[in-house]
Design a protein around this ligand. Sequence first.
Ligand SMILES: Cc1cc2nc3c(=O)[nH]c(=O)nc-3n(C[C@H](O)[C@H](O)[C@H](O)COP(=O)(O)O)c2cc1C
Length: 245
Amino acid sequence: MQSQSALATALHHRSIRRFTDQAIPTEVFEQLIEAGQMASSSSFLQSVSIIRVTDSIKRQQIRTICGGGSETGQMYVQESPEFLVFCIDTYRHQQLVPEAQTDWMEMLLIGAVDVGIMAQNVLLCAESVGLGGVYIGSLRNGIAQVADILGLPTGVVPLVGLCLGYPDQTPLQRPRLPTHVILSENHYQAASQRDLAEYDEQVRAYYVQRSSKALNWTEQVRNTLAKPIRPEILPFLHKQGLAKR
Ligand SMILES: Cc1cc2nc3c(=O)[nH]c(=O)nc-3n(C[C@H](O)[C@H](O)[C@H](O)COP(=O)(O)O)c2cc1C
């Protein structure tokens, strides 16, 4: 299997939301999952399970949740050749050790970090062999319904989805914050107003070019964070026996 270097692949990243009809060959799919499994794991707890969603009705139901009621939102969840749901899994720990204290907040962080690392191994390796993909956090719009659809037991939380397939688009790369804003040495260095204003302008120019919608980063942050953000997550975690203390 031909594979681009990790560095070249990472530097080329953009999320892909439109795919050709070409299926991912089984041997490629299996290798991607293995690459995910070989990711580092906090305390070697291996706190992740992946659900491969092949049932078209389930895909449709999850797409509706991700689209937030829109008829056409996030269609790639339904249409991508592969759709994986990465879950924090503490059920296995409970199976093995019934007195395991999996309800601490720390366990949630352990699971969330493991999920992120495993999923990124899968996406990066997928991109390195010519595939593309996009993460799907919007399944948390209806986290309890997604858990029902996938038959998740207590101790298991659907954290993020991943659409995968062969790209049918080459989107512009989204500009990131300048390196000196996110990297500092020995002590935290807050971003200057000037840096943030310059970056706002860069993001605005990107959006104008992409979609003629002049949205800057400040507006994007405000749109996402200046309101309650999925307040039903905490009660769901508690119901699943997580993050209780
Ligand atoms: C955890 C996570 C969840 C995401 N959820 C969604 C999603 O639900 N729908 C979507 O279209 N993109 C989603 N994205 C993709 C981001 O919008 C995208 O990574 C970001 O805008 C940067 O663009 P790029 O990946 O093309 O560089 C998600 C990304 C991450 C890391």
